[in-house]
Ligand binder design. Structure first.
Ligand code: MGD
Ligand code: SF4
Length: 749
């Protein structure tokens, strides 16, 4: 009989905690943190080690500065890296806090039952790895290796992808598609035949007009993008920001359009109407490269600015004026595709409207618009061909979401619930570098899945919420203690950057490449892991590119020439877009034949009931998702989120600046913890705003536990995008329960 898999607060550890504490002393890691050290410790760095940052996925190349005692003193940007131009963002600088965080996972842990209660006990590495390998063999014998799935995010993912593929499973997913950028990839692919990808090929530095639609560059701190944004502002580019909130970017904009939430498609259609009606679109580009203008013309003929005003609250004169600004700047204009775009369940269509607008202005392939990316192309270290899986993520989709170009994490959760009668059932999860309960807003489904799974392995650096659901927890060392794959990010110019360990892994933590190899060896997959050290892999790969490890060790990064000369389209030349027609498709027959609107339409979304306000969320410059919430250096800068409330709403509810309130959503879910009130005119009266990634309920995160509220907990209404499966999260409404909240907060301090 199966035992219910209970959520374990890792603080329940007995012997483990004691052993960890003594180890901590033995290894001498009660050392001061970087922030303190800067003030008090005058020791000098005597060694520089190249790395690239893992605090977010911009992956800036950096140097770790190490002193004679083997302590990392600080991190600085690598001046040769075009992704950062020698400067790290506040999160990147604070990355060293991840290393010296005493709350880190320190040894492998295995779930056991003691006195009728589930808990974890410390395990040795061989014991934990044997346990996992045996279970994997057992599950594969019954259900095939395909039934073992990987959820991943970040560098660890590459190593476990290799492990699973070697074993015969491509059942691999990440939240970065269906919870983040998926809709824009679908919207752009169905229009230009190409995805946007990460990092975005947005030529912000040379743009004359930048339009941001719910994309808050500056708070969303992707390094070179923010630097280019700042340069563009200095050079006098026109910035148009569409946001219900006066974001930092909106504050720097010539036009702030405080749109009524959930109505962006109406604004986009109206802009398209103005460009066509006034004949100010890029006629040469449209004639040469696009198809479907006639259908588009008919489609938008009634979407006048007056029509859009009633929906969006943006004045017709402003809609016309901003459309003309875009046309004046074309083709050096960018309607930014955004990044986290899973909002209302019709997000792929909103992204398509953005793509069509860019197509009308001719910005795809233009200087100051979107450039054509180039990458270095690093070959795989030799290994036998992967076995061909009998099924993979497309089968898990089960006929749904025909325009999903990547795996949809939510369908993996559904395929893990046994009562769903799945044709392709998932029986085991590897989770590497993603805190699923905070990342995927389907907690009730996730809990069902977690009850049914036969094995859950979590590889993480911190005891975050997801570790509490594991059968085995494996402590990965941080990015400053390990090798990982060479960085090859496609951008204006190809680059290769090296990550080397700045220090030895602390406690019993290990790099992901080592963990994957050890499990692989136990599964009889030696031929896929024919190296003793990951440096061998890197060294071989560099040789194939005519480079040496010694060169990369001394430079950290090399910049290579582009394989084709220009990152822009030559206006004189024809170009074949990878769409069914070979053109930029304003009208998509592929969408029409699959039963979707061939040109985007605006559909109204539900409104909040009286006394409720739309919950919108975003990022802060000093944090990344939930991964930095416990970082000692970054909690120094911001240790809790707050809820932004318009003054009118605050006075209606008696909410005071700096006091606390609980939030309750439309389904009666109340935030686990109270959240601080910020009264500000910078938010529309019908919405409230908070930063994502706070309100942790894992006690072992000593700095993050109970700090602020968790937006994901309040997102119980999820609107799935029928085109690509994205989880729209902005159809949730909250009200306030302030009584007693401040007193409870004070008592807890
Ligand atoms: P994090 O919350 O940062 O990202 O969601 P996640 O991918 O879950 O959690 C990362 C986990 O990785 C943490 O447990 C951290 O401790 C661990 N970790 C950090 N470094 C390492 C490492 O080197 N190795 C290993 N093994 N683990 C490491 C992001 C996802 O969330 C995304 S991409 C988006 S865009 C969405 N954003 C979002 C939102 O804004 N609001 C709401 N409500 N939900 C969201 N979900 C999505
Ligand atoms: Fe690190 Fe900041 Fe670069 Fe992201 S943008 S990789 S956090 S330095």
């Amino acid at each position: 009989m199966k035992t219910r898999r209970e959520f374990i607060k890792i603080s329940a550890l007995g012997i483990g905690a004691a052993a960890i504490a003594s180890q901590s002393n033995r290894w001498g890691f009660g050392l001061p943190l970087y922030a303190d050290e800067n003030k008090s410790n005058k020791s000098k760095a005597t060694k520089l080690t190249p790395t690239y940052c893992e605090v977010c996925f911009w992956k800036c190349a950096a140097w770790a500065h190490i002193n004679d005692n083997g302590k990392i003193l600080k991190l600085t940007g690598n001046a040769n890296d075009p992704q950062c131009n020698g400067r790290l963002c506040p999160r990147g600088t604070g990355g060293v806090g991840m290393v010296y965080d005493d709350d880190r996972l320190k040894t492998p842990l295995i779930r056991v039952v003691e006195n009728g209660k589930q808990t974890y006990r410390e395990a040795s590495w061989p014991e934990a790895l044997d346990y996992i390998a045996e279970k994997m063999k057992e599950i594969a014998a019954k259900n095939g290796p395909e039934s073992i799935a990987l959820f991943n995010h970040g560098s660890a993912g590459g190593h476990f992808t290799h492990l699973l593929k070697s074993f015969g499973s491509s059942t691999i997913t990440a939240p970065s598609f269906a919870q983040c950028r998926g809709p824009r990839e679908t919207g752009f692919e169905t229009t230009f035949g190409a995805q946007v990808g990460s990092p975005e090929p947005t030529d912000i530095r040379d743009t004359r007009c930048l339009v941001l639609i719910g994309s808050h560059i500056g708070e969303n701190m992707h390094n070179a993008q923010v630097q280019e944004f700042s340069d563009a502002v200095d050079k006098g580019a026109t910035i148009i920001t569409v946001d219900p909130r006066l974001s930092i970017a909106a504050n720097k904009s010539k036009y702030w359009l405080p749109i009524k939430p959930a109505t962006d498609i109406a604004l986009l259609l109206s802009w398209i109407h103005v460009l066509i009606d006034e004949e100010i679109y890029n006629k040469e580009y449209v004639a040469k490269h696009t198809m479907g203008l006639d259908q588009l013309k008919v489609h938008v003929s009634t979407f006048t600015p007056e029509w859009a005003y009633g929906i969006t609250n943006i004045k017709p004169s402003v809609i016309r004026q901003t459309a003309r600004e875009m046309a004046d700047a074309a083709p050096s204009v960018l309607i930014h595709p955004g990044r986290h775009v899973t909002w209302y369940g019709d997000d792929a269509q909103r992204s398509r409207a953005i793509a069509i607008l860019n197509g009308l202005l001719g910005s795809w392939g233009a200087r100051g618009g979107f450039f054509m990316k180039a990458s270095a192309g690093i070959p795989d270290f030799p290994h036998p061909e992967y076995p061909k899986p009998k099924w993979s993520w497309p089968e898990v989709l089960n006929g749904k979401y025909p325009f999903a170009s990547m795996s949809v994490s939510n369908t993996f959760i559904e395929a893990s619930i046994s009562s769903n009668d799945n044709k392709y059932p998932i029986k085991a999860w590897f989770v590497a570098g993603t805190n699923l309960p905070v990342a995927i807003p389907m907690m009730s489904q996730m809990q069902k899945a977690l009850q049914d799974l036969e094995l859950v392995v979590v590889v993480d650096t911190m005891p975050t919420e997801v570790t509490g659901f594991a059968d085995v927890v494996l402590p990965e060392c941080t990015y400053l203690e390990r090798h990982d794959d060479l960085r090859d990010v496609p951008h204006r110019v190809p680059t290769i950057a090296l990550r080397e360990p700045a220090i030895e892994p602390m406690w019993e933590s290990k790099p992901a490449w080592w963990i994957a190899k050890q499990i692989g060896e136990r599964l009889g997959l030696h031929d896929y892991f024919k190296y003793e050290d990951f440096e061998e892999v890197i060294s071989w790969q560099l040789q194939q590119k005519g480079l040496t490890l010694a060169e990369l060790k001394s430079k950290g990064i090399v910049v290579l020439p582009r394989h084709n000369e220009s990152p822009y389209l030559d206006p004189k030349e024809d170009y074949h877009f990878n769409t069914p027609s070979g053109k930029v498709e304003f009208y998509s027959s592929a969408l029409a034949s699959a039963g979707f609107d061939p040109i985007p339409v605006y559909t109204p979304h539900p409104e909040p009931e009286d006394g409720f306000y739309r919950l919108i969320y975003g990022r802060a410059p000093m944090h990344t998702f939930s991964r930095t919430a416990n970082n000692p250096n970054l909690t120094d800068l911001m240790d809790e989120n707050s809820v932004w409330v318009h003054p009118k709403v605050a006075s209606l509810w008696g909410l005071e600046e700096g006091k606390y309130t609980y939030l309750r959503n439309q389904d009666g879910i109340t935030s686990n913890f109270p959240i601080k009130v910020r009264v500000t005119e910078r938010i529309r009266w019908d919405s409230v705003y908070m930063v994502h990634g706070f309100g942790h309920n894992q006690k072992e995160l000593s700095r993050a536990f109970g700090k602020g509220a968790n937006d994901t907990q309040l997102i119980t209404n999820v609107m799935i995008d029928p085109m690509m499966g994205g989880t729209g999260m902005r159809g949730n409404f909250v009200t306030f329960t302030a009584t007693g909240a401040t007193e409870e907060k004070e008592a807890a301090l």
